[in-house]
Design a binder for this molecule. Structure first.
Ligand SMILES: Nc1ncnc2c1ncn2[C@@H]1O[C@H](COP(=O)(O)OP(=O)(O)OP(=O)(O)O)[C@@H](O)[C@H]1O
Ligand SMILES: O=c1ccn([C@@H]2O[C@H](COP(=O)(O)O)[C@@H](O)[C@H]2O)c(=O)[nH]1
Length: 335
């Protein structure tokens, strides 16, 4: 994976801050630099999904241009010092050496500092919790079901019932993001607000950290180790990162519903939900993101035989009966 050292450092810093903070929230405000990092990591993860293209690519054309331009710059720079006819001849005794000594001393000092800082860093390519890239939770001890489906397919409705009957912990990625958005002092508040309104996906670092924190908090406070992760992963990079550093998912519970029905449900819900994205314009954008970005995630899991698909068009009771029936077959006593 094409990951820069500063990128890894920023990821670790984010995780350190989040795991120190209150449960299910990203704790103290971060410097602006890390805000930018969220995006650069996203790009590098995309690059990984595209078979690590970035690592093998030559420098960008802009970089090459800079390299080519250097000799010209040097020539025009030196042309002035070669002197016109009015330039007095250079006296070698006027050449001062102390600036060179200062530059060399500063350079060496900087290098030593850099080397020492590098030694203090934990090993590279670790993400969460400062360990290796081994997931934080083993699938033998923790059961994770991803719950996916289009906006308004009924994921939350079905999760509530599974919690009631089968003692899962329901973690809605959307709810965690909305809580983080409203948390005073969150540096991600505005970013999350904009993404939600436009139906876009919040950079994965934020969402994965919120979910991991919420899982840790749940296990510590209740001992529950069965999780329904609702509305996540919505993008391939989220799926890869979560399974790499948090926990491999047992399966994806996918609620299949036509857009017209989902739109009807969301517009109805919008009359009372108070959600900034339950309006016609945001719904349209959410549908587009779902088709273009989230369905490929479902398809990828499907190719691995990890999807349990349920028709979500019937009444909530009927959908629930189908859900339980299929989950029993897939999970046995893990349900
Ligand atoms: N099977 C169903 N038939 C009719 N209405 C339903 C059904 N399931 C859920 N609803 C209603 O549709 C709306 C959306 O349901 P829900 O909030 O569960 O969907 P969701 O998939 O979690 O949505 P989102 O992705 O936006 O969070 C709610 O008002 C809910 O009461
Ligand atoms: O992993 C996620 C999950 C959600 N979002 C953003 O939140 C909204 C609302 O999600 P719901 O599941 O409908 O509550 C979604 O449209 C995204 O903007 C996200 O970015 N990443």
């Amino acid at each position: 994976m094409a990951t820069t050292a500063s990128g890894r450092q920023a990821w670790r810093q984010l995780m350190r801050n989040t795991s120190r903070g209150p449960a299910s929230s990203l704790s103290k405000p971060q410097p602006q630099q890390q805000y930018r990092f969220a995006f650069s990591r996203q790009v590098s993860s995309k690059a990984r999904v595209a078979s690590g293209r970035a690592a093998s690519q030559p420098p960008s054309s802009i970089f090459r241009q800079q390299q080519q331009q250097q000799p010209f710059a040097q020539r025009s720079y030196s042309s002035g010092s070669q002197g016109g006819k009015n330039t007095p001849p250079r006296n070698s005794q006027q050449v001062k050496f102390w600036p060179f000594v200062v530059v060399i001393a500063l350079g060496s000092g900087g290098y030593v500092l850099l080397v020492n800082r590098r030694k203090e860093m934990p090993p590279t390519d670790t993400a969460s919790s400062g360990g290796s890239s081994t997931p934080a939770f083993s699938p033998a001890e923790v059961t994770v079901l991803f719950v996916l489906g289009g906006p308004g397919a009924g994921k939350g409705t079905q999760c509530s019932r599974l919690v009631r009957d089968y003692h899962f912990k329901h973690l809605s990625a959307g709810d965690l993001l909305r809580a983080e958005q409203d948390r005073p002092g969150s540096q991600y508040g505005q970013l999350i607000r904009d993404c939600i309104k436009n139906g876009e996906i919040v950079p994965m670092e934020v969402t994965v950290a919120l979910l991991e924190n919420a899982m840790r908090e749940t296990i510590a406070s209740t001992g529950v180790r069965k999780f329904l992760i609702d509305g996540f992963p919505r993008k391939m990079d989220q799926a890869l990162k979560f399974e790499e550093i948090v926990c491999p998912a047992r399966l994806v519970l996918f609620y299949d519903c036509p857009e017209a029905e989902m739109e009807r449900r969301l517009l109805e819900r919008g009359k009372t939900s108070g959600r900034a994205d339950d309006n016609a314009e945001s719904i349209r954008k959410r549908f587009r993101t779902f088709v273009e970005t989230s369905m490929p995630v479902v398809d990828a899991y499907d190719r691995e035989g990890r999807v349990v698909k349920v028709d979500a068009t019937a009444t909530p009771d009927q959908v629930y009966a189908a859900t339980v029936d299929k989950l029993k077959k897939a999970l046995g006593d893990k349900l």
